[in-house]
Write a protein that binds this ligand. Structure first.
Ligand code: NDP
Length: 261
């Protein structure tokens, strides 16, 4: 039996998901009871997301920027932490239609699980900030969310301390996580002098984007241990893969890591 999967986004050419998933489908073929193939789809109209899923005859999909909130709204059923985040990055075909999950949240946590940190500062208040904030809350961590504008805080303010740079009073955090898309624009998310003040008090800097970002360059310059979003990308992909295969496959992370080497 063969099954088709894909990632929806716009733009989508840069996505590494097809590489990771196709490699894993091939390498782990003997452990899965179907032949999987995984493509990419550049969606123009968000209203057509679910319609395209069915038209393409998919058994599952990943959904990336800028359609995760829309995928949440169009899911026939939403499972787990995605309900709180209000964003879905994985769809699995089910008897009810499409079942939505958020593997970004757990994927992020898998990469920091080994660290004994309590206080976290999240830069940004978009979809990935919500995923990181709610999973940290589930593990009883203290979270402050910092964004350049108040507009995006909305319901986040019910669950987290939210601040704009002018209103930040505490500068002491175990980890500072940059979830802003400033990294995509190759710029710092806040004034350098302000970031220096925050980074000088922290033990670790994390940027969700894959690669050497201005934020990570600043952390490196200040000799603060840091990491980019590569392992999170792999971890969220591995969790999605297990959902597609409907079984636990602990070797998926290493397999997908191999695909990106
Ligand atoms: P969203 O569009 O939902 O949110 C973007 C956030 O960045 C908003 O808070 C926005 O603030 C802020 N922002 C945008 N531009 C700037 C800027 N120039 N200066 C300061 N703040 C800015 O994006 P996502 O949360 O979905 O994604 C953000 C990043 O996370 C992307 O780079 C993405 O690639 C990465 N990511 C990585 C993953 C991984 O697996 N490694 C998984 C998911 C995301 P405002 O409200 O003021 O506009």
């Amino acid at each position: 039996m063969s099954k088709q999967f894909c990632v929806f986004g716009n733009p989508i050419d840069h996505s590494l998901s097809p590489l990771m998933h196709n490699y894993a489908f091939k390498k782990l073929e003997s452990k899965i009871d179907f032949m999987g193939s995984y493509g990419r789809y550049c969606l123009e109209n968000k209203d057509e997301l679910k319609q395209k899923f069915f038209q393409l005859g998919l058994s599952g999909a990943n959904i990336t920027i800028p359609f995760k909130e829309e995928a949440f709204l169009q899911s026939d059923e939403v499972v787990g932490i995605a309900k709180k985040i209000k964003a879905v990055n994985t769809w699995v075909l089910s008897s009810n239609g499409v079942c939505g999950y958020n593997t970004d949240a757990q994927g992020f946590y898998e990469t920091i699980r080994h660290l004994d940190f309590k206080k976290f500062l999240i830069l940004g208040a978009g979809g990935s900030a919500r995923a990181v904030a709610y999973i940290l809350k589930e593990f009883q961590k203290d979270v402050v969310i910092l964004n350049r504008s108040k507009d995006r805080f909305r319901d986040l303010e019910q669950d987290f301390l939210c601040a704009t740079p002018e209103a930040l009073l505490d500068f002491s955090f175990d980890m500072v996580i940059n979830t802003t898309s400033a990294s995509l624009q190759k710029i710092l998310p806040f004034e350098e002098i302000f970031l220096q003040k925050i980074l000088s008090h922290t033990k670790f800097a994390y940027d969700l984007m894959y690669g050497d970002t201005p934020f990570l360059k600043l952390a490196t310059m200040m000799k603060i241990p840091n990491c980019d979003g590569k392992n999170m990308l792999i971890a969220q992909g591995a969790l999605a893969f297990e959902l597609f295969c409907q079984k636990t496959l602990p070797e998926t992370f290493l397999t997908m890591q191999e695909a990106l080497q």
